[in-house]
Write a protein that binds this ligand. Structure first.
Ligand code: ADP
Length: 380
């Protein structure tokens, strides 16, 4: 059988996406060379964006598989090289356009179709990160392009809950977010030097970090961006309001009245910053009795509805209770193992509720994009 042509091999390689940038390696100028022997042995040279790229094995595997499928191929060998600084700069311009020195946040551009949800809670431990991760996974499983910014300086548990890589790859001054379960994820935890305390990340530094996460990270086209905020009503809420005026808040609370009160306070900051609240999510709503049909109200009852009603009164617009998620040890285990429950056990009651909330949020129309805030944080 005749050996394949150069064009056929190129076409085969065009089906291989860079795992991080998620565009064909041929579009990204990552194919360095193609040599084909008369006997059909194909040697492909591939440029990695950076030396020691964590996804290199995936690139080798996918390229080998794509070329092997061609008729007449007897052997495939992939040889790796690394892009020069010049090549990386060209790639960066190709991906982001020549935007000049002032970096803009793509989600604020007039044409942006990305819905941005900032997930907030009054206090820690109510399941804000678990909810964020599972909503993202459910949306991604439905074919949406999803990203998460984990801005929770105290917890930054999102990478662990998704089983995402520890460190993002840098291409010049562009940051490639690790991808896990089809979700692009960036976390403060990926940038903290070892031993660095959370305190250092407060105030202006956190604001700068947030801007970097939004402007320097290559997100590509996203349908949904979820931000996992630190609990409470700290500086970051103001930063988000300023940096992402179109972000809508999602408030997570437990049914407990004490938790509901602090959640309401976290939500009412939206009144000052003129942000919309997409809704309230009650987590840990009950424990299904293992022996009967009853629901055991471990953390009390009614917190979610109370927060939704109170915020509706404060804001003067309807803030819905989007769902009530029961306690389920599998949800915690999934978080510990980096496998979201909505993917591993989609029919578990907690997963069903999370998937239903995800589809409600995916459906709702865009709201206040481009709204300008005449607001500046105090003392700056
Ligand atoms: P937060 O982000 O609000 O601090 P986490 O998402 O980290 O909260 O959740 C705190 C702990 O509670 C984690 O161990 C998580 O696995 C667990 N958890 C959260 N929601 C549930 C639930 N519905 N059922 C069981 N465990 C849960």
């Amino acid at each position: 059988m005749a050996a394949p042509t150069q064009d056929q091999v190129t076409a085969a390689l065009a089906t291989v996406n860079d795992p991080e940038i998620r565009r064909p390696i041929t579009d990204l100028d990552m194919v360095k060379s193609i040599d084909i022997s008369p006997e059909g042995a194909v040697r492909v040279g591939i440029y990695l964006t950076v030396a020691g790229c964590p996804m290199k094995d995936t690139i080798i595997r996918d390229s080998t598989a794509a070329v092997s499928r061609l008729d007449g191929v007897s052997d495939v060998r992939i040889e790796l090289d690394v892009m020069s600084t010049e090549q990386r700069k060209t790639l960066q311009t190709k991906l982001r356009g020549d935007r000049g020195p002032e970096k803009e946040i793509q989600f604020n551009q007039p044409g942006s179709l990305t819905r941005v949800f900032a997930v907030a809670s009054g206090k820690g431990g109510v399941g804000k990160s678990s909810v964020t991760v599972n909503l993202a996974a459910a949306m991604a499983a439905n074919g949406l392009k999803v990203g998460i910014v984990d801005a929770d300086i105290y917890g930054h548990s999102v990478p662990r809950m998704l089983g995402a890589a520890e460190r993002p790859v840098k291409v010049e001054d562009m940051i490639m977010p690790p991808v896990a379960h089809d979700i692009k994820v960036i976390s403060v935890g990926m940038f903290k030097p070892p031993g660095n305390s959370a305190v250092v990340w407060r105030g202006p530094m956190l604001d700068r970090a947030l801007h970097q996460f939004l402007a320097d990270v290559y997100w590509g086209d996203l349908d949904i961006l979820l931000l996992d905020l630190p609990p409470g009503t700290g500086d970051i809420a103001i930063s988000v309001a300023q940096r992402l005026p179109s972000a809508e808040l999602l408030i997570v609370t437990t049914p407990q009245m004490a938790a509901a009160e602090v959640a309401e306070r976290a939500g009412s900051i939206a009144a000052q910053t003129h942000q919309q609240i997409a809704g309230v999510i009650e987590n840990m709503s009950w424990l299904p009795c293992p022996h009967c049909e009853e629901r055991i109200p471990v953390f009390g009852e009614g917190g979610g509805q109370t927060v939704a009603d109170a915020l509706t009164r404060t804001l003067g617009t309807r803030v819905p209770l989007l769902g009530q998620i029961p306690l389920d040890t599998r949800l915690r285990e999934g978080g510990d193992e980096g496998k979201p429950l909505v993917l591993t056990d989609p029919d578990a009651p907690a997963a069903t509720e999370l998937r239903s909330i995800a589809s409600t949020l995916s459906k709702r129309g865009s709201s206040i994009k481009g709204l300008q805030l005449g607001l500046s944080p105090a003392g700056r």
